[in-house]
Write a protein that binds this ligand. Structure first.
Ligand code: 6CS
Ligand code: FE
Length: 302
């Protein structure tokens, strides 16, 4: 059975690129209550997120906490035992560490932060559901060496390769270092979360073994990206260490290489609604490993 035929978000079906409308809500809490402002966000912040697909809260994390996060990140990056673990992804062109998945398993500081109500209250309001952690990832972008993340929708990958049914997950990116416009900050296309860019090609077996270093499948075509940028522009998310970016699972984003001396390290927690748990991957391949997409060991975090 070709799963693409019955899928509201078909992608990598081997055919041409297409753009589908989003059929899921963006903010799941009822709109007629947004004005109350009795949750963690003001009505203005909720409407900004609904319209643009992202919201950055500056200085949500204190300077002292940032210092702890930064020292944890450095400790993990220089831990020889971690270097050989599958959770550690190296850059394609050097032995530099690009990412560490499930980083909260190796840091009590990260493990505490992912359950922090300053973060989980915002996400559970937007998703109007209880939450579990779908993925945690420490992204290093060292000075001079940090490589790019090409344009993509996370949901496209999590739907096709992990079997995530709906767009009811939110990524939270915590800046551990200052993110300037020059050192490869996250770039987003505001409003792009409302379209699903169906990508060409077919998912190769064990795609994750290369995609986490350089994504080649699930990459939208240039014409689709251009049409989204023409309509909505590009926003560079600069912010001081301690700022927190909340963004919708389907928002088109990417980041450029870092050729400056200023490192850019971010800690990503991806929260999925408990009612949106992973099914069989829509690409009909074996599920990705647990450290990339939590499927079996899930626990409520908010
Ligand atoms: O494949 C994934 O799950 C990861 N890939 C990217 C480029 N962003 C989302 C996620 O960390
Ligand atoms: Fe991503």
């Amino acid at each position: 059975m070709d799963s693409c035929m019955f899928d509201s978000y078909p992608s990598r079906c081997g055919n041409t690129a297409q753009i589908f409308p989003r059929t899921d809500p963006v903010v799941y809490s009822p709109e007629d209550e947004w004005f109350k402002g009795d949750g963690p966000l003001t009505e203005k912040e909720i409407r900004f997120f609904d319209k643009n697909g992202f919201l950055q809260l500056e200085a949500l994390i204190s300077d002292d906490e940032v210092k702890m996060l930064a020292s944890e990140a450095d400790k993990l990056r220089n831990d020889p035992l971690l270097l050989s673990r599958e959770e550690t992804i190296l850059e394609r062109s050097s032995r530099e560490v690009r990412s560490i998945f499930d980083a909260h398993h190796f840091s009590t500081g990260f493990n505490t932060l992912l359950r922090d109500p300053r973060i989980t209250n915002v996400v559970s309001y937007l998703l109007a559901d209880k939450l579990y952690l779908h993925q945690a990832r420490l992204n290093y972008k060292p000075g001079f060496q940090g490589k790019e993340f090409y344009w993509h929708s996370d949901f496209e990958t999590w739907h096709v390769e992990d079997g995530m049914p709906q767009m009811r997950a939110i990524s939270v990116s915590i800046s551990i270092t200052d993110n300037y416009t020059c050192n490869g900050p996250v770039m987003v296309i505001p409003g792009s979360h409302r379209r699903f860019l169906s990508c060409t090609g077919l998912t190769p077996e064990e795609n994750y073994k290369s995609s986490l270093r350089e994504q080649r499948y699930g990459v939208p075509d240039e014409d689709s990206i251009r049409s989204m940028v023409d309509a909505n522009g590009i926003a560079e998310i600069a912010g001081k260490a301690g700022s927190v970016l909340f963004f919708d699972s389907n928002l088109l984003h990417g980041s450029a290489s870092n050729i400056t001396p200023y490192a850019r390290h971010n800690l990503f927690f991806v929260y999925n609604a408990i009612t949106n748990q992973l099914r069989e991957p829509y690409c009909l391949q074996d599920p990705r490993p647990e450290y990339i997409a939590h499927r079996k060991n899930i626990e409520l975090v908010g």
